[in-house]
Design a protein around this ligand. Structure first.
Ligand SMILES: O=C(O)c1cc(=O)[nH]c(=O)n1[C@@H]1O[C@H](COP(=O)(O)O)[C@@H](O)[C@H]1O
Length: 271
């Protein structure tokens, strides 16, 4: 998917919401556990209830890998369902991969070709040759970890390396990579105060912004410092949407939460 198409979807839906599909069988409503593929059934219901209010879905692969082969099958079925029924949705494999070039090529093939995700999250710390294999795929996107939402982000990412913090070095340096037009960056909503500085380095790039909802980040702060003339933001919420209710009304409750966020986003877009 091109970023122009993504921008069209954002305008059409008045939303830049990404719904995180981080399925934990301990939190899935009990009545689904009796089905043949509870993770897929849960995702299908969540997708149906939320698709009108969002432009992207982000399954975090850890939640599928944790269930072995069954989990991978559920992920494949979820992706096939999205691509068949809602091809206009931007899909993110939140896999946070990073390895030598030869291996990176196989990761890229697995997620961008095999499962046909539009994008994948990648850890930048092995450098240029570990990222460029992902950037070689046309109309696919590599979302590099810039400044993450967790407390441990301060261990390394904000430490000064030569003249600037490491996260800024990552953003600036990666823009010289071959295929850098396919780059996006992760910036945690809990670090919104850094967004203005990040925009100086990446004025137009789309940013994936997780951390609103369960982690306490503020949508209005993110918009204030991070929004571009074409929005340039995909704001993710996982637990805050998909576990809005643990009862049989889980999908309705998730739809309501997604709609609430969409309405706040529509208001931000009007500003
Ligand atoms: O790359 C990510 O998506 C990510 C980066 C980051 O800095 N912080 C972060 O929370 N995430 C992911 O975003 C999702 C956040 O989930 P909730 O906190 O439940 O909304 C999880 O899948 C995290 O792994």
């Amino acid at each position: 998917m091109t970023t122009d198409f993504l921008w069209e979807q954002i305008q059409k839906k008045q939303s830049f919401l990404c719904v995180g599909l981080d399925v934990d069988l301990e939190k899935v409503p009990p009545h689904l556990l009796a089905t043949e593929d509870p993770i897929f059934e849960f995702n299908k219901a969540i997708i149906e209830a939320t698709q009108a209010y969002c432009v992207a879905y982000k399954p975090n692969t850890a939640f599928y890998e944790a269930y072995g082969l069954d989990g991978w099958r559920s992920l494949e079925r979820t992706m096939a369902y999205l691509n068949e029924n809602y091809p206009e949705q931007f899909t993110i494999a939140d896999a946070k991969r990073g390895d030598i070039g030869n291996t990176a090529t196989r990761y890229a093939k697995a997620f961008l070709e095999g499962m046909q995700f539009d994008s994948i999250t990648v850890a930048p710390y092995m450098g240029r040759d570990s990222v460029e294999p992902f950037l070689a795929f046309e109309d696919k996107h590599t979302i590099l970890l810039g400044l993450t939402s967790n407390p441990g982000a301060f261990d390394f990412q904000t430490k000064t390396l030569e003249a600037r913090p490491l996260f800024k070095e990552v953003i600036a340096c990666s823009q010289g990579y071959k295929g850098s037009e396919n780059l996006m960056y992760v910036v945690g909503a809990t670090k919104a105060e850094y967004l203005a500085e990040i925009r100086e380095l990446a004025p137009k790039s789309f940013l994936l912004v997780p951390g609103v909802g369960a982690q306490g980040g503020s949508l209005s702060e993110v918009c204030k410092y991070g929004m571009t003339d074409q929005v340039g933001l995909l704001v993710n919420s996982s637990r805050g949407i998909i576990y809005a209710s643990s009862g049989t009304d889980f999908a309705v409750a998730a739809g309501r939460k997604a709609q609430e966020l969409q309405q706040q986003m529509a208001a931000e877009l009007k500003k």
